[in-house]
Write a protein that binds this ligand. Structure first.
Ligand code: ARG
Length: 268
């Protein structure tokens, strides 16, 4: 049932995408624009189409037909600071990158780590969040560091930095890596015992420990895990949008809004 709901939601958002078909160059048809953004001022101002993989709490998740979370609040604060109209939609993770490539969405906010590999193809805003990888294992696991996972089955979301750190430790062709389209699917398999560990961003791992219960699962850190920084991602060369986002970020950093959101979601 959940699978069906997810694909239905994806389908809806894809049709939404196709119907809007907006890009920085093409004028967008008027119907669906900005529907999700109640605060959007009227007028013919371009609506910035934003993609996300809304299966990544507490950064983004779907709740009662809406996308909510830290990233959404940061996006809306930036948009408000810049008088920008934004429309966020659930694209999924891989389709988000593809959507930016094809101009179906103008930008992505999705706990996206800024790294050199992605910078070859995309441009990023200034960082708005510091993160790192963590390992989630059952409470009974003997794992105390990344290398202890050797020979074990490790769940990761495909094409994320969680996958990268596991590949760096055990090689790209390591048989034990199980890639998933979204992180909750990897966590599901951990709770079912189909994988021995999940490697993902700290904010998400902490959220799931809260949800699953600290008596059943524990978190393992590793000294090899480096700080990562989230940025909003646009098509390479869209410097106008990056400049606007950065200006907005500067404002919400200066007026304490970003700190307040950080406190609200992460308590520090
Ligand atoms: N920070 C990691 C990366 O950029 C994982 C992000 C996954 N985000 C999501 N919404 N699923 O690779």
């Amino acid at each position: 049932m959940k699978k069906f709901l997810v694909s239905a939601a994806l389908l809806l958002s894809m049709t939404g995408l196709a119907a809007c078909g907006s890009s920085s160059s093409a004028p967008a048809p008027s119907q669906d624009q900005g529907k999700q953004n109640a605060a959007a001022p009227a007028g013919d101002q371009k609506v910035i189409q934003v993609g996300t993989d809304a299966e990544y709490p507490p950064f983004e998740k779907q709740e009662g037909g809406k996308i909510v979370g830290f990233d959404v609040d940061v996006l809306n604060a930036v948009a408000q600071a810049e008088g920008m109209k934004v429309n966020i939609q659930h694209t999924g993770w891989d389709p988000l990158f593809d959507g930016i490539d094809k101009g179906k969405v103008d930008m992505g906010i999705s706990a996206i780590t800024i790294n050199d590999d992605r910078k070859k193809t995309y441009d990023f805003s200034d960082p708005y969040f510091e993160a790192k990888q963590l390992i989630l294992v059952p409470k009974t696991s003997t794992v105390t560091k990344l290398t202890d996972l050797k020979g074990k089955k490790i769940g990761v979301q495909s094409a994320t930095t969680g996958e990268t750190v596991v590949q760096q430790a055990f090689g790209k062709t390591y048989q034990g890596i199980k890639g998933y389209d979204d992180t909750p699917a990897a966590i599901d398999d951990l709770t079912n015992g189909r994988v021995d560990a999940v490697v993902a961003d700290n904010g998400v791992v902490l959220e799931y420990v809260k949800k699953l219960g600290g008596d059943k699962f524990k978190i393992v850190d590793d000294p090899s895990f480096k700080p990562e920084y989230y940025g909003m991602m646009v098509k390479k060369g869209n410097s106008a949008l990056v400049a606007k986002i950065n200006d907005g970020l500067k404002k919400i950093k200066a007026d304490g809004k970003l700190d307040a959101l950080h406190k609200q979601y992460f308590g520090k």
